[in-house]
Write a protein of this length. Structure first.
Length: 257
């Protein structure tokens, strides 16, 4: 099963390119869910989710829709090991889990999270807090994939590996595709080399529209992932002015073609 969507949906600059002019923000998700079967929730990176908010979001989507959610930055960037933070987060997932609309949690780590015994131990700690939840790890430092033991470690602890498309700087991950759990996961960040490290606003990094030829590069990789995993998620994070929404539909068309 493959599900293709975008990283976030609640962008004001999508009014016009994606949502009809004048659309109330409260209606963004219901309109989005008419074209896409999944969405990656990003607000949970900045603050933990609440069961009430997730239940409200779930009610705006059809029965076959699924949500994936980012872990909060306290877990991935601050590397907190306060069990209460993890318990409160997982408790809030109850509406999605009970409603059959929960996909997985994405653990997006920064470039500074390098292959080191302390960081490996932190991943083990997270799995111990959430022994049953499907988890996917996005590394931002290339050192992790240059070590042949990383993928064995992910499989051993049932972590999915997040494949990425992004500018090819020496410290970042290359565009490789591996399956290490029942969940395959791909994030398309765009290839804005000039603004990746140097930008005034965060959105500038993701100001990029993939060409169809660039999307075709991923077709054989995604087809392979989709044969190895129970569910394959593809999320486009090049969100500026709705580029992600356009590319998600284009990739779905290419994949089905």
């Amino acid at each position: 099963m493959i599900r293709i969507g975008t990283s976030g949906y609640s962008y004001e600059d999508w009014v016009g390119p994606v949502y009809p002019t004048g659309t109330d923000k409260r209606n963004f998700l219901s309109i989005y869910a008419q074209k896409y079967r999944t969405v990656e929730i990003n607000y949970t990176y900045y603050r933990p989710p609440s069961a009430r908010t997730l239940a409200q979001m779930m009610a705006k989507t059809p029965d076959d829709f699924t949500f994936t959610l980012k872990a909060t930055n306290k877990m991935t960037h601050e590397r907190s090991q306060d069990p209460d933070i993890y318990r409160q987060y997982s408790d809030a997932l109850a509406p999605l889990i009970d409603g059959g609309k929960f996909g997985c949690i994405l653990l997006q780590f920064p470039n500074s999270f390098k292959l080191h015994s302390d960081n490996v131990a932190h991943l083990v700690f997270i799995r111990q807090q959430w022994p049953q939840l499907p988890l996917v790890v996005e590394f931002r430092h290339r050192g992790w994939v240059e070590d042949e033991h990383t993928f064995d470690f992910l499989r051993q602890h049932r972590f999915g590996f997040c494949c990425v498309d992004q500018p090819q700087f020496s410290s970042l991950l290359p565009p490789i595709a591996f399956t290490t759990s029942d969940v395959a996961y791909v994030r398309f960040h765009g290839r804005n080399y000039n603004k990746w490290w140097k930008h005034d606003e965060a959105w500038e990094r993701y100001d990029y529209l993939y060409s169809r030829d660039e999307l075709r590069e991923w077709l054989p990789r995604v087809r392979q992932l989709n044969t190895e995993a129970e569910t394959t998620y593809l999320f486009f994070n090049n969100h500026y002015r709705g580029s992600a929404a356009q590319n998600a539909l284009e990739f779905a068309e290419l994949f089905e073609g």
